[in-house]
Design a protein around this ligand. Sequence first.
Ligand SMILES: NC(=O)c1ccc[n+]([C@@H]2O[C@H](COP(=O)([O-])OP(=O)(O)OC[C@H]3O[C@@H](n4cnc5c(N)ncnc54)[C@H](O)[C@@H]3O)[C@@H](O)[C@H]2O)c1
Length: 285
Amino acid sequence: MNLERVGVLGAGNIGIGVVTDVVLHGLYAVVVDVSKEQLKRAEAEVLKNIRFAPLLLKSAPRLTKEDALKRIVFTEDLKDVSSCDFVIENVTENWDIKRRVYETLDVVAPPAVCFGANTSCISITRIASVTKRPTQVVGIHLMNPVHLKPTVEVIRGYHTSEHTLEILQQLFAQLNKQAIIVDDLPGFVSNRISHLFMNEAVFVLQDNIATAEQIDTIFKKCFGHTMGPLETADLIGLDTVMRSLDVLYEAYHDQKYRCSPLLRKMVDAGHLGRKTGKGFYAYPE
Ligand SMILES: NC(=O)c1ccc[n+]([C@@H]2O[C@H](COP(=O)([O-])OP(=O)(O)OC[C@H]3O[C@@H](n4cnc5c(N)ncnc54)[C@H](O)[C@@H]3O)[C@@H](O)[C@H]2O)c1
């Protein structure tokens, strides 16, 4: 049975991409954020993404602003997801925030609804443990730009059931996405490895070995990566990268995940990457 309405919790960097993808594939989105300001920003960004999508993706429909807005509800009330068939959570990468969201979500969402946790590093088993439906929680590591990425790292928590994976596969069939299903440990496959790259790149910059451009160019021209590690960190958001490293450090108690002081300093300075217009590079409006 087709899914129709997706709850999207957190209208930040990645939530905006999730809403764009859901709407471009003909589904409805109920978008929840604690910040009215962020919901306004998300509305503008989603409409911009939808306007440009047909230029970047042949299969993307041409939707008018009115058509797109008919498919989205922006709200500060988590109870509004009670009408949804599936919920994708993308709130701040902070355990206390996520824990409180899942405790409430578990009460307001109908019992049959499954939750897709979009976290960079937090264990899916840990997230599922604060709900009374651990078999219905699955990790979906969607990455930006969500509507241009056909493949998704999916994480099976300790209790995630086959039925939940089938429902997720149904959603992915509608979103035209393929899953690579892996087991659960903090950071999964992608971020256990990529955050070491990004963090070490910041240490190299901090040590004045090379400029940001040189570091990224070596990755692009010598290794053939599409983006360098510092550009990637700017795209993700330096606050999210820092918090993810803290989660990895806490989970593994391994020095290799200690966050670089320069990264922390940039976050303290409010330079979070693309979303604030400045990170390792400048992004004029
Ligand atoms: N940025 C990426 O490229 C990326 C990729 C994959 C996964 N993720 C994960 O997705 C999640 C969100 O990341 P992001 O980069 O969008 O962060 P972000 O900081 O840009 O956005 C987080 C949003 O969550 C909202 N929020 C905070 N508490 C909330 C609550 N109680 N209820 C509803 N909304 C709340 C904030 O207001 C903010 O708008 C994180 O767990 C992150 O690790 C991010």
